[in-house]
Structures are given as C-alpha cells and as structure tokens.
Write a protein that binds this ligand. Structure first.
Ligand SMILES: Cc1ncc(COP(=O)(O)O)c(C=O)c1O
Length: 411
C-alpha cells in the first residue's frame, strides 16, 4: 500500500517500457524502426464513413469508424505488440511470455516476435484454447508456442489443475502464469496486451490518426465510442481527444461499451486491486469486479477481464467518460446488421460499440439530431464464426452476475 518504484519492474519489462509507464511527458517520439513496422502493417488505417448503415437506419446522424482490422493479425493489438517486441529486442531480451484471452493479443504478439526475431510463449485461457483453435494455429504458424492456461508449466497452474482438471481459466490466471514463467527464466520478459499506461500510449497512434483524418475532412466528433476489455483500443482511440474536454473546450460524449456479463466499470468498485488472479502484480487503482471474479464463457473473450486500465477508470470516475453494458444477443445482432450493411463481420468485442452506435443513430432519427458519431472498429470476427453461428441458431445465452464480491485491499 505504498507507491512502487520503477526498479522492481525492470526484471519484468524492458526499461524503456517502464520509463514510458511512469513518464509525465505529453508526447514520446515513435522510433523510426517502429514507424517502419507500422507502415508494413499497414498504417495509417482507414477512417470510413458508414453510409450504408446510415441509410439502413434512416438516420440524420453521420457515422464514421476507424478500421483496425486491416492488418494480418486482424485487430488493433499489433500497435503495441510491435512496440513492445522492438524495445525488448533492443535490450537484448530473447524471449517474451504473455497471456491471451480469445487469442487476438497472443497472435498479434506472435507476428511482432516473428518481425523482430524473438521467441514467444503464450498462455491462452483454456476456454478459448478449446473454442478457438484458429488463433492458436496462427500463433504457432508465426513461430510462437501456445499453451492452454491453467497449464502444468507453472506452480500456480498446477495447483489449479489439481483442484479442477477442467478449469476453464481466465485472463487473471493466465497473467499469473506468464509472470511466474518470466521470473523463472532470466532471458525472458513479460508483455501485457492492455491495461497499463504504456500500452494505452502505444495505441494512441489510432486516435492521432483519427484526429488528422477528421481534420482533413473538416469534421468534429460529437460522440466517440469504443469497447473496453482492459481499455487499450478505446484508450488509444479517444485519449488524443480527451484533453480538450478536460480543458472545457469541447463537450464530446465519450462512451465506453462493455459486456453485461463482465460489467467492470458499470457494476465494479473503484479501488485498489491486483491485475492478476494469484495477486503477483502491484495493486492498481481501477474499476474492478475482484481478481477472483468468475468470468462467464461469453464469446467476446477480449472483454473477459476483472479490472480496467487505471487511466480509463479515472476518466469514468471523474465523469469525463461514461460506460454502458450489453448482453450477447443484442451485441451479435448489431454485428449482423453491420455485416449486412458495411460488409465487415466485426469481432464480438467491436460489436459492443456497434450496438451503441445503432441505438444512438436511431435516437437521432427520432430527434432529427445530426450528430457525428465516430467509433473504433477494433477488429474483424473471422475467427469468431462459431459465436456468430450460435447467435444465428438462437443458441446464445445472455449472462449477468447475480452477486459480486468486491475487493477491499485498500482497507
Ligand atoms: C478485437 C478486440 N477488440 C477489443 C479487445 C479488448 O481489449 P482492449 O480493451 O485492451 O482493447 C480485444 C481484446 O482481446 C480484441 O481482441
């Protein structure tokens, strides 16, 4: 319960990443090697106008989306994966370990490790490991190793498997395993795909591009929407716009969308909690459902995390941003509408903000309001087709927690 100094983190993360984590600089320059990797991805990604969705909804609202699914990994995750792999490679680290939920992050980091020549082991949440073999194969094809978590590779994993050989796992458990693995191997660093300040900062390449793209067409956003799992894609998208709201220059409506099965910010408590299940990380001040929250097996694997980025938590707590939650069926229905109008089958995570966008645009139809709604389409759902199949066959269950045990580590 006292502030951590950066030094203990050097064993886990590249020094430059720790420096970024605690930096108070407004901007940190992107090294040329990362800019080159971004061009290879490719970046900039397009900002699209959803004309056909607008037409379908008969709304006077103007809907734009930033399309992050165009790269080979299919989501926003390579923006920080490439940066993290680069800084570790430059410090002579040979191997990274990480966790992954649905596999988007693990596959993005596998691609980045292939690019910068690093070895990788990914602890993949057991439920997704079984449900989504496609992502595991992507990780392996890019040269990474993928193990189901909880695994027999760590003491923590073995202790859980002894109690329940069919433990479905969670992101919190996979993070604990990845941390234990890091501490056991001297050539290894840990890499996290969301939540932390440096991860959100790498993702601000999204929002910086959106800012330029909107300036080019002379458009100001009224509403900026995204989904929040750990907060990285939405943070990256909206943070470059948030300062103007804090300074009272604009009144943009920042809306973060989450799953009502994992309602971290809509029902969570704003307190200190661990980022992982074993309780190995420093405590983070954030909205949390408690590190032992039993995540239900919803299909938006990337939204199944008990906590939330401290930066996003702070903005919500101070009222600069609001959050809303949705059940699976209404989310997948929004994904279906988007696919049938705009052609893109969105990731289940991204379909959360599309639900909000559709409802907001319909509200504009009733009021005649010509709002400019901009959202971050964080990835495609082409490896989530079993979830769409379950939706189309009316086999998706909505799920909400009946009781939440809130942590109180802050005393
Ligand atoms: C496509 C996609 N969108 C969103 C998320 C949510 O994570 P975050 O809040 O860190 O962007 C994930 C996480 O895996 C994802 O794969």
């Amino acid at each position: 319960m006292k502030p951590i100094s950066p030094e203990p983190l050097f064993r886990i993360f590249a020094k430059e990443l720790v420096a970024q984590e605690v930096s108070t600089e407004r901007y940190i320059k992107i090294p040329d090697e990362i800019l080159e990797a971004y061009r290879w991805l490719p970046r900039p990604t397009p900002l699209m106008r959803a004309y056909r969705l607008e037409e379908y909804l008969r709304t006077p609202a103007k809907i734009y989306y930033k399309w992050e699914g165009v790269n080979p990994a299919g989501s926003h995750k390579p923006n920080t994966a490439l940066a993290q792999a680069y800084y570790n490679m430059r410090e002579g680290i040979q191997r990274l370990v990480t966790e992954t939920g649905a596999g988007q992050w693990g596959s993005a980091l596998a691609m980045a490790c292939a690019y910068f020549g690093l070895k990788l082991r990914v602890y993949m949440v057991a439920a997704s490991y079984k449900q989504k073999p496609g992502r595991r194969v992507m990780i392996e094809t890019w040269g990474g190793e993928c193990v189901s978590s909880p695994s027999n590779k760590t003491r923590f994993g073995r202790s859980l498997l002894e109690k329940n050989p069919d433990d479905p796992g969670s992101l919190g458990i996979a993070i604990s395993e990845a941390l234990e693995d890091t501490l056991e191997h001297t050539d290894t660093h840990y890499s996290l795909g969301s939540v932390l300040n440096h991860v959100l900062m790498h993702q601000t390449v999204i929002g910086q591009e959106v800012k330029k793209q909107l300036e080019l067409i002379g458009v100001e956003p009224d509403v900026m929407v995204g989904n929040i799992g750990g907060g990285s894609n939405y943070g990256g998208f909206c943070l470059p716009f948030v300062a103007a709201k804090i300074q009272g220059k604009v009144d943009t409506d920042f809306v973060a969308c989450e799953s009502s099965a994992v309602p971290h910010t809509t029902k969570g408590k704003y307190t200190y909690d661990f980022g992982d299940t074993a309780g190995m990380t420093p405590l983070l001040k954030m909205y949390t459902l408690g590190k032992d929250y039993k995540n239900p097996p919803i299909h938006a694997g990337g939204l199944r995390y008990h906590g939330m980025a401290p930066i996003i938590s702070y903005l919500i707590n101070k009222g600069y941003m609001r959050s809303v939650s949705y059940g699976q069926n209404e989310v997948f229905d929004a994904g279906r509408i988007f696919a049938q109008t705009e052609g893109i089958i969105p990731a289940p995570e991204s379909a959360h903000e599309i639900r909000f966008v559709i409802d907001e645009a319909l509200k504009c139809r009733r009021t005649g309001d010509k709002k400019v709604i901009v959202f971050n389409n964080s990835g495609h759902g082409l490896l989530d087709l079993s979830a769409y199949e379950a939706f189309l066959n009316k086999k998706l269950e909505n799920w909400e927690p009946s009781a939440i045990e809130y942590p109180s580590y802050a005393g």
